[in-house]
Write a protein that binds this ligand. Sequence first.
Ligand SMILES: Cc1cc2nc3c(=O)[nH]c(=O)nc-3n(C[C@H](O)[C@H](O)[C@H](O)COP(=O)(O)OP(=O)(O)OC[C@H]3O[C@@H](n4cnc5c(N)ncnc54)[C@H](O)[C@@H]3O)c2cc1C
Length: 434
Amino acid sequence: MAEKSFKYVVVGGGVAAGYAAREFAKQGVKPGELAIISKEAVAPYERPALSKAYLFPEGFARLPGFHCCVGSGGERLLPEWYKEKGIELILSTEIVTADLAAKTLLSAAGEIFKYHNLIIATGSTVIRLTDFGVQGADAKNIFYLREIDDADKLIEVIKAKKNGKCVIVGGGYIGLELGAVMKMNNFDVSMVYPEPWCMPRLFTAGIASFYEGYYANKGIKIIKGTVAVGFTADANGEVKDVKLKDGRVLEADIVVVGVGGRPLTKLFKGQVEEEKGGIKTDGSFKTSVPDVYAVGDVATFPLKLYGEMRRVEHVDHARKSAEQAVKAIKASEDGKPFDEYDYLPYFYSRSFDLSWQFYGDNVGDTVLFGDNNPTSPKPKFGSYWIKDGKVVGAFLEGGNPEENKAIAKIAKLQPPVESLEQLKNEGLSFACKI
Ligand SMILES: Cc1cc2nc3c(=O)[nH]c(=O)nc-3n(C[C@H](O)[C@H](O)[C@H](O)COP(=O)(O)OP(=O)(O)OC[C@H]3O[C@@H](n4cnc5c(N)ncnc54)[C@H](O)[C@@H]3O)c2cc1C
């Protein structure tokens, strides 16, 4: 059986792996020391593009255009870059067994990989309706979106079912972004979700009413307060109808499901400490097992700003945690100190002509400001979250780069607030003057 040995192995070839590779190169990794092992067939890329420009009907993004690290304005790492640096990209290779005590990984094809330091960057997988035994959920043309292969399959069916009907199950990130791109592809789109408003884990009712109104004006039908309980298929096994719990039936040529993700930690179960559904790490992303680090979606790490352990499933954290882990590994080899991870949560999304950013924590009272009328020619509005008399979170739709910087700053500095009324009146200018 083939066996290969490396000083550093990153298991997983997504966003965190790409940023880890760049940081290793900055830190002077030597040829042959680092390997990235990925189930995917392509070099690390900026995953958020898959639910946005990758699916546009025109002017779409394709690889190699969005390989890491272009998403944060950095260098684009093409497969040749890895070759030049002597970093081994081991693609289309799924690790099926990890023995952390023996420092050994085994692939589905039977290759053995040995390492001195391991970085776990396996990310998340989607939650499938078949996991809950939803009737007919294995019909053809029911899609999930996590990897580039999923997006490619969706593109094929978009072409095959031109101008057809699409039902989106789920009103989170993926649901909202996919609802928009399917509409841009000229599908008749319905969105179904059980909550009283979209993105309830982040949006307030006031924020959500803008997006729901905007989507409705684009012709997207929004069906709230119910769930998909079954699907019927035609003679070819292709989805035909979506049955809802409230008795309604929606015709569908394509169904896209976005009902959440689950961190891929199962390879390491029982071998490493876990917390809050992820692999527990310290501020350098070191796990409970010596020489093993975990970054990106799988890591539950100390979020210094809020004094608690958190797991964050967003691209900005995947990038920064990977860089932090590599810096920590190199610093500990050189016996040098390194800065503690001091992360400010940052999420964003884009759909149609809209674009929002959020920084900080969405806890406490909220104040909505600005113009959130979905029919405005240039809507610009936001929300602050206020806890213990301080602004702890800020959301902004339609901000320019300076304004987005201002809301980031306010979420980090957490200035005191005299009255919610004053905050509402001042709106964005409150953040801009800090
Ligand atoms: C469609 C989509 C859109 C998104 N949009 C946004 C957005 O707009 N804003 C935002 O903040 N975040 C967004 N996210 C979330 C963001 O992309 C993730 O948080 C980020 O990719 C996590 O990085 P990661 O490296 O931890 O995992 P991933 O990027 O998911 O990479 C994990 C990699 O590990 C590989 N892998 C897993 N198991 C194995 C194994 N056993 N063997 C070998 N390889 C393995 C996978 O194939 C994959 O290549 C989006 C996510 C998706 C899916």
